[in-house]
Design a protein around this ligand. Sequence first.
Ligand code: FAD
Ligand code: PHE
Length: 482
Amino acid sequence: GSDFSLTGRSAKKVVVVGGGPAGLTTAYELQKAGYRVTVLEARHRVGGRTLTIRGGDTETDTDGVTQKARFADGVYLNAGAGRIAQWMVTMDYLRELGVPYEMFTNANADAYLYNERTGATPGNPVRYRTAKADVFGYTSELLHLATDQGALDQRLTEADKENLRSFLRSWGSLRSDGTYAGGSNRGYAVYPSAWNEHGTPLPGPGSVSEVLASRVGQYFPFEINWEQSMLMFQPKGGMDTTYQYMVRAIGAHNVHLDSPVTGVRTTDRGVTVTYTQHRKQRQLTADFAVVTAPAGLMRGWDTTWGPQVDAALGEFAVGSPAGKIGLQYRSRFWEDDHRIFGGITETDMDLAHIWYPSSGYGERKGLVVGYYNTGTNARTYADLSPREREARAVAQGVKIHGEKYRTELESSFSVAWHKVPYIEGAWAYPDTSSAGFRLLQQGAGNVYFAGDWMSEVSAWQHGALWSARYAVQALHQRVMAS
Ligand code: FAD
Ligand code: PHE
């Protein structure tokens, strides 16, 4: 069910392990219901995978490599979470907490597609609008032809066929005979203006074979994806802003940083949580614990929850790699020269995606996400030094944006998620129908689990926040029933 309400108040004490979205939401909701909460966060900052890098920020990875961000005021990189769909519960928290937010541009007709493996050459990226006109045009032409040749007579009546052809003629910008020959939806080399400037067409379209072979159509499903379709949103100033507001609501004195947990034991009276602070081992006792650390990282902990729970946690142990680099530029040439004001360029290079900023218009500087990749591509970059990552990302981006992509660069910062201490992966997709998953939903003694890996929507804050709400609800129902 999607109902979420806590009735009755409780003064019981809860220790929350992890100060990411799931942990902070757990603490925030419990505190609203009267509970006393303490959050133990292993890292030097809250937010977990909603990591926003700003000027002066320092991160050291599990190899001991340290980077310090040299970003200008107001310039930031969302190294983890970057976008929120309107239906996600994440939006409700922005609104409840009063976090300022703005649109995140997840699709832009003027962003580029660049498939060098299928023949794109440096300096010749294709714009989404052009690629769509050609792919929609030719596929419409082919379907139009199929109806004319009787191929669909088993499925369609005469009226159906005429309705379909009429749709295809407009969807595919077909001529009245049902053929595609380009047109204004492809965009222009010079756009129409006045006094007989009718517009200078772009070269093309290529043949149907060429358009199919270019494989640009593979990128189109993204923008109708249930999680990714516009409109999407972001907190102003960085994704972790939400969690800074949450800490303020919870009370900063209730959130302990640099406090990695190493043990969670159930006792007669509740739980004992062991953690390290200033190199000293410390313990907290409480009525309950809610654990939101990545499942795979609990392996060495001192626990009482037993081998079955350990095995279930093991099912969610493997976090996949992902990486991002933020490139700060001294000018916003993607806006000035390319007329791209946000959105995403897609490529078949190992950088995968390039994100243009959805804010800061009219300012001098700006930050482009020079790669956002996963799997093997993410490992390729993760294995390089920060300087080498930058060089590789820039060399590829130059093919799309020209030399300014190199010459205007001021600084960069990159994150390889499987090398971030206490996180060690981008996300894990649980098998939510497994017996282990059901076991973890029950909790273990006075311990509950939450985190995006405990949800139906892993890899999104929405899943983490809902997992927190379900854990809180289960805990609270138990307290109210006792
Ligand atoms: P985490 O954010 O991982 O938080 C867990 C916390 O537990 C961390 O702070 C960690 O340091 C702490 N911890 C670990 N071990 C211990 C310990 N022993 N003791 C104490 N604390 C410990 N979501 C979106 O909504 N939109 C997006 O666009 C999006 N894009 C993403 C892109 C990338 C590259 C990544 C990596 C994630 C993205 N996500 C996105 C997912 C989103 O960031 C996560 O779903 C969310 O952060 C999960 O919250 P969590 O609290 O479950 O886990
Ligand atoms: N939520 C992450 C993002 O939007 C990861 C993800 C990518 C999840 C694509 C689903 C689809 O970048």
